[in-house]
Write a protein that binds this ligand. Structure first.
Ligand SMILES: C[S@@+](CC[C@H](N)C(=O)[O-])C[C@H]1O[C@@H](n2cnc3c(N)ncnc32)[C@H](O)[C@@H]1O
Length: 261
């Protein structure tokens, strides 16, 4: 029921019906041919490692999958949380390399930072500051512990912290912002979140970019009067990331927007 409500909230009744119809056709086609898709067979043959190589290398714990319904949060927005899953490092780095902003003037904010994987990855860039906001207090604590433990020779000396809070009312720091979202929530939270950011920008005009990975709500964002779409690109999961993905994904879409007027 929860998944169905997410679908309807994100796509509307018509979009939900069309998507269900498409999935049914794929299933029927597979049943008729009696074949499993090649990618699924390959994944079944080689299960991903228990611990992501990134965590192993740096002695942190940012792996695992926690579905939305299992995320414990007293906040009301929790119902619309998609779940916790850490980003593949190679995807975030490829997207940032393409974006190539003037890093020292930007604060990086991970909206839904979970255990802090993206916060650690962002420390490869000389941001002014790195900040994570997380609905689950338990996950925010883990992110803080990971940041304390995390050592890498490429880690920049940048202030980094994770706080527990809701994306729709978090106080946004002054100055240019790079907001990063790894599809953290459904439309009923995305809409007030975008409004919240737009109001903050109206009070203090500055550059605000939004990097949206696995952009399920691209259509909604594309209709927003607050946003200008800059680009969308599909990045491959490189090297060890490809074998470590528990969904067997080999690529990830990334959309980048800029807040306007
Ligand atoms: C897919 S995980 C992304 C984790 C991390 N950003 C990364 O890239 O590795 C999404 C996270 O968003 C959090 N979340 C969901 N709704 C939220 C909200 N309204 N405010 C803050 N965090 C939220 C979830 O608890 C979850 O940890």
């Amino acid at each position: 029921m929860r998944r169905l409500r997410h679908w309807i909230a994100n796509r509307g009744w018509k979009g939900t019906f069309l998507e269900a119809w498409r999935l049914l056709k794929v299933k029927l086609r597979r049943k008729r041919s009696g074949a499993e898709p090649a990618a699924e067979t390959a994944v079944a043959a080689a299960p991903p490692p228990e611990v992501h190589p990134f965590d192993q290398r740096y002695g942190v714990e940012s792996g695992g999958l926690i579905w939305g319904e299992r995320l414990r949060s007293e906040e009301k927005g929790g119902y619309w949380a998609t779940g916790y899953y850490g980003i593949s490092p190679s995807v975030l780095w490829q997207a940032f390399d393409r974006l190539a902003l003037d890093w020292p003037s930007f604060t990086f904010i991970d909206i839904g930072c979970g255990k802090g994987r993206a916060l650690m990855l962002a420390l490869k860039y000389p941001f002014r500051r790195v900040l994570g906001v997380e609905l689950s207090a338990e996950l925010a604590n883990l992110a803080r512990e990971n940041l304390e433990r995390f050592r890498a020779d490429w880690r920049q000396e940048v202030p980094a912290e994770a706080i527990a809070g809701d994306a729709t009312n978090v106080e946004l720091p002054a100055g240019p912002l790079l907001l990063y979202l790894y599809h953290p929530f459904a439309a009923p939270v995305m809409i007030p979140f975008l409004k919240h950011v737009h109001e903050a920008m109206a009070r203090k005009p500055r550059e605000i970019y939004l990097v949206y990975i696995n952009p399920e709500l691209d259509t909604l964002l594309g209709r927003s009067a607050f946003l200008e779409k800059l680009w969308k690109e599909c990045f491959p999961l490189l090297g060890e990331d490809a074998g470590a993905d528990r969904f067997g994904s080999r690529q990830e879409y990334v959309s980048v927007y800029r807040f306007v007027g």
